[in-house]
Design a binder for this molecule. Structure first.
Ligand SMILES: Nc1nc2c(c(=O)[nH]1)N(C=O)[C@@H](CNc1ccc(C(=O)N[C@@H](CCC(=O)O)C(=O)O)cc1)CN2
Ligand SMILES: Nc1nc2c(ncn2[C@@H]2O[C@H](COP(=O)(O)OP(=O)(O)OP(=O)(O)O)[C@@H](O)[C@H]2O)c(=O)[nH]1
Ligand SMILES: [Mg+2]
Length: 453
C-alpha cells in the first residue's frame, strides 16, 4: 500500500468526461506535478490546465483543461490521500493523462485495488466491498437494490450482530467453566447457553433456507421450456423474446442445443432456455440434445411444460409430469387448432398453473407472461431480511451453523468442546466480513472487480 496507484474510473472509449483516480501517499505530489496553479481546497472541484510533469515548456504541452479534486486522507474513498482528474473523455486525452501519471510516479492499479485499500483501511467490510462490486455490475433494478443494500451494510450488520451474540454466549460459557458456582457446570450451562444458542441456530437456518434468492438476483433466474418435439417451445421462446432467437420448423427435432435468451422481468435478470424436444432420439446429435434438455430442466428455477393440444395430450402429460415441480407452469399450445378443454382430467392445482396459448396467433401469451413475471417477483422480490448473495456467504454461514449445532449437542456434556466449536463459528462469521484475514479469500473477492474500482 506504499505505492501510489491510478486508474481510469470511467468506462474506456469515447465519452463526454473521463475520470482518472489516484490514491496513495504520493497522490498530492502527483496532483501538484500535473496541474497549473495551486492545489484546490479539499473536496472542491477546480478547473486547471493539465500537463505532463516532465514537460519541457509548460504552455506548449498542455494535455487538457479539466476539473481536479483533492481528497486528503483519511477522509477519502480509500482512506489514503486521493486525487481525481475529470478530463475530456477522448481516448487520446486518457492515454496522455495515463502517461503523465506514470511519469509522475504512480503505477496502474490492479482490478479492485482502490476498493481493497478502502477495505484494508476499514472504510468498509468485505460484504460491503462485494456490494459495491455488484452495484457496478448491476443491470437491473432488482440487482441495483440488492447491491446497494449490501454496499450500505445490510449483511455486515446481520453478521456482526450474530458475532456479538455468539461472543456473549461464549463468554457466559467460558465463565461457567472457569468459575463454576455450582457443582454441575454442564447442567448450569444448558440453562444459560441453550436458549440464545438455539435462537442463533434458527436465525442462521432461516438465512440459508432462502432458495438462493440473493444468488439468483445476481446471476439470473432460469426458466426452461420443455416438451415433446414440435410442441412449439421455440415458437414460444421467440414470442417471449420478441425476436427469432431459435429456429422454428415443422420438423420434429429441430432444436438440439439449448438456446438462451436473457431478459429483465419484474426488475430481475431472467434466462429463458429453449430445449430439444423430449423423445427417444434416433441419432446421436439429437440424443445429446435431449440429454442437455433434461439437465437444463433439472437445474432451472422454473419449468414451463409446453403441450401441443392439437395432438393427444395424455401421453405428453405423462412424459412431462415427472419432470415438473410444484409451482411450474404448463403452456397448452396451438390453442388455435383445438378449441376444446385440455384441462379435462387434471387436478385443480394443475389447472391453476395452466395457460392456453397460441404462439401462432399470440392468444394467451400475455397471460403466460403475467404468470412468469409474478413468479419471478414472488421468488426474488425483496424481503425484510437481507439475502446472502454469493456461494462464499453460503459456505461460511453453513460452516458456522454446523459448528453451532455441534456446540449445542456438547453444551450439557463437554462444555470445553462446545466452547471450541463456538470459537470456530465466530471465525466463520469473521471470515464473512473479512475481520479475519484469509488472504486467498481477499484475493479472490477483489480480483473479480473491474479495473478502476
Ligand atoms: N468522482 C467520484 N464519484 C464517485 C466516487 C468517486 O470515487 N469519485 N465513488 C467511488 O466509489 C462513489 C462515491 N463513493 C465515495 C465514498 C466515500 C468517499 C469519501 O470521500 N469518504 C470519506 C468522507 C465522507 C464524508 O465526507 O462524508 C470518508 O469515508 O471518510 C467518496 C466517494 C460514486 N461516485
Ligand atoms: N397452429 C399452430 N402452430 C404452431 C403453434 N406454435 C408452433 N406452431 C408450429 O409448430 C411447429 C413446431 O414449432 P417449434 O416452435 O419449432 O416447436 P418445438 O417444440 O421447438 O420443436 P422441437 O425444436 O423440434 O422440439 C412449427 O411449424 C410452428 O410454426 C401454434 O400455436 N399454433
Ligand atoms: Mg425447438
Amino acid at each position: 500500500m506504499s505505492d501510489t496507484i491510478f486508474a481510469l474510473a470511467s468506462a474506456p472509449g469515447r465519452a463526454g468526461v473521463a475520470v482518472l483516480r489516484v490514491s496513495g501517499p504520493q497522490a498530492g505530489a502527483v496532483l501538484d506535478g500535473l496541474i497549473s496553479g495551486t492545489r484546490p481546497a479539499p473536496r472542491a472541484a477546480a478547473l486547471r490546465d493539465l500537463r505532463a510533469p516532465d514537460a519541457p515548456t509548460p504552455d506548449a504541452t498542455i494535455i487538457d483543461r479539466g476539473l481536479v479534486l483533492w481528497f486528503p486522507g483519511p477522509a477519502s474513498f480509500t482512506g489514503e490521500d486521493c486525487a481525481e482528474f475529470h478530463v475530456h473523455g477522448g481516448p487520446a486525452v486518457v492515454s496522455a493523462m495515463s502517461e503523465a501519471l506514470l511519469a509522475a510516479g504512480a503505477r496502474p492499479a490492479e482490478p479492485g485495488e482502490f476498493t481493497r485499500r478502502a477495505f484494508e483501511n476499514d472504510k468498509m467490510d468485505l460484504t460491503e466491498a462485494e456490494g459495491l462490486a455488484d452495484l457496478v455490475d448491476a443491470e437491473t433494478e432488482g440487482q441495483r437494490a440488492q447491491a446497494l443494500s449490501q454496499m450500505t451494510g445490510a449483511l455486515k450488520s446481520l453478521y456482526e450482530d450474530w458475532r456479538e451474540q455468539l461472543i456473549t454466549i461464549l463468554a457466559a460459557i467460558e465463565g461457567e467453566i472457569d468459575f463454576p458456582d455450582e457443582d454441575d457446570v454442564p447442567d448450569a450451562l444448558s440453562h444459560t447457553g441453550a436458549a440464545p444458542l438455539g435462537a442463533l441456530i434458527e436465525a442462521l437456518r432461516d438465512h440459508l433456507a432462502d432458495e438462493r434468492r440473493g444468488e439468483r438476483v445476481r446471476e439470473g433466474f432460469t426458466i426452461a421450456l420443455i416438451g415433446e418435439p414440435n410442441a412449439g417451445k421455440s415458437s414460444i421462446l421467440n414470442a417471449l423474446a420478441r425476436r427469432e432467437a431459435a429456429i422454428v420448423t415443422d420438423i420434429p427435432g429441430t432444436t438440439r442445443d439449448v438456446v438462451e435468451v436473457r431478459q429483465v422481468r419484474s426488475g430481475f435478470p431472467v434466462i429463458l432456455a429453449d430445449t430439444a424436444g423430449l423423445r427417444e432420439a434416433a441419432d446421436a446429435v439429437e440424443a445429446e440434445g435431449v440429454r442437455r434438455a433434461l439437465a437444463r430442466a433439472e437445474d432451472a428455477d422454473l419449468r414451463i411444460a409446453v403441450i401441443d393440444v392439437s395432438r393427444e395430450t395424455a401421453e405428453q402429460w405423462r412424459a412431462l409430469q415427472p419432470r415438473l415441480r410444484a409451482g411450474d407452469l404448463i403452456a397448452l399450445n396451438k390453442a388455435d387448432l383445438e378449441p376444446g378443454d385440455a384441462s379435462a382430467g387434471l387436478s385443480d392445482a394443475d389447472a391453476a398453473r395452466m395457460v392456453r396459448v397460441s404462439a401462432k396467433t399470440s392468444a394467451g401469451l400475455d397471460a403466460l407472461e403475467g404468470l412468469i413475471d409474478e413468479i419471478v417477483f414472488e421468488r426474488l422480490g425483496s424481503r425484510e431480511t437481507p439475502a446472502l448473495s454469493r456461494a462464499r456467504h453460503r459456505r461460511a454461514v453453513g460452516e458456522a451453523l454446523e459448528a453451532l449445532e455441534r456446540a449445542r449437542a456438547q453444551l450439557g456434556v463437554h462444555p470445553e468442546l462446545a466452547g471450541a466449536d463456538l470459537h470456530l463459528a465466530v471465525r466463520a462469521l469473521e471470515s464473512l466480513t473479512g475481520r479475519v484475514d484469509v488472504e486467498d479469500v481477499l484475493d479472490r473477492v477483489f480480483s473479480q472487480f473491474c479495473i478502476g474500482k
